[in-house]
Design a protein around this ligand. Sequence first.
Ligand code: GDD
Length: 315
Amino acid sequence: MRAFITGITGFAGSHLAENLLEHNIEVFGTSLKGERRDNIAAFKKDVTVVTAALNDARSLKRAIDTAKPQWVFHLAALAAVGKSFSAPVETMKVNLMGTQSLYELLRNSKTIAKIVFVSSADIFGPLPPSKMPILPDYPLHPVSPYGASKAAADILSYQYFRAYGLPIVRIRAFNHTGPRQATGYVIPDFCSQITQIERSGKPGTIKVGNVTARRDISDVRDIVNGYRLAATKGRIGEAYILASGKADSIRHYLKLLTNLSTAEIDIKIAKELLRPVEVPLLVGSIAKSKKELGYNPKYKIEQTLLDTLDFWRMN
Ligand code: GDD
């Protein structure tokens, strides 16, 4: 089995590569020109990385022709929701047009058996607590540029399945974190600041955004296992949710993190970290993924947070 990961040197891409290697799958992937490859340093000899960009069809075609994959995992995206508010056009170009450019190339492929498109919980937008947990067939009401771009690409994925028979499975992934995730996402943003305070040897203050929002946060290692299960067992044309099934406030996750440190830490709300519009609550139902994919998350959030903080301490 040969798998192709767009964005293999990214956070989730690198964890997915490791998961696939552990299951004896040959792994290929794309990385942007000049992109750091630290995330795959430990196993770079075991994977083939081709420099390519989604919106550069020539480079992308070369990468696909090199891999001749049976499975494609489309992870490459501009994925930081907060940053997307100041880059709406670029976000749509990469996440929607980039997805279409990939699908156009895959229409001519004779080897493809399954395409896993990584969509997002952010496509559902704000919903009242009475609608929780979110089910995979809920209507799409995104409010961020990122959410709009993923909702559009999610619809495009369904359309390419119906019109051209592309064997696409859509995964609406809820929040996930772990070692290697960069700043721009809440847990690494907190871990990087806690680590700086620890290194200073003095009391310090962490800048935070909205801490009342509630999120369903999984370990990336569970989520990428779900991507592999989706390639193995996912029904084409279907949408699945990968999540933990529980939500807590950002304040709660922050407390768990600061409890892992002996440093004296103060919290300050920074206006620039507040978003023009916020999704107050996201919690996903994984009943369908459990039943059809055999999805069974293993990591406890305490372990995930400790591993992520330790990653920042060491890097
Ligand atoms: N990034 C960030 N940084 N968010 C903060 C901070 C901070 O310092 N302080 C509070 N927050 C709040 C945000 O306002 C949001 O309500 C919540 O923490 C989570 O923020 P993110 O980690 O940026 O995640 P997200 O929920 O907006 O989106 C993530 O999850 C999606 C799936 O649910 C991203 O990983 C997306 O790529 C992913 O699709």
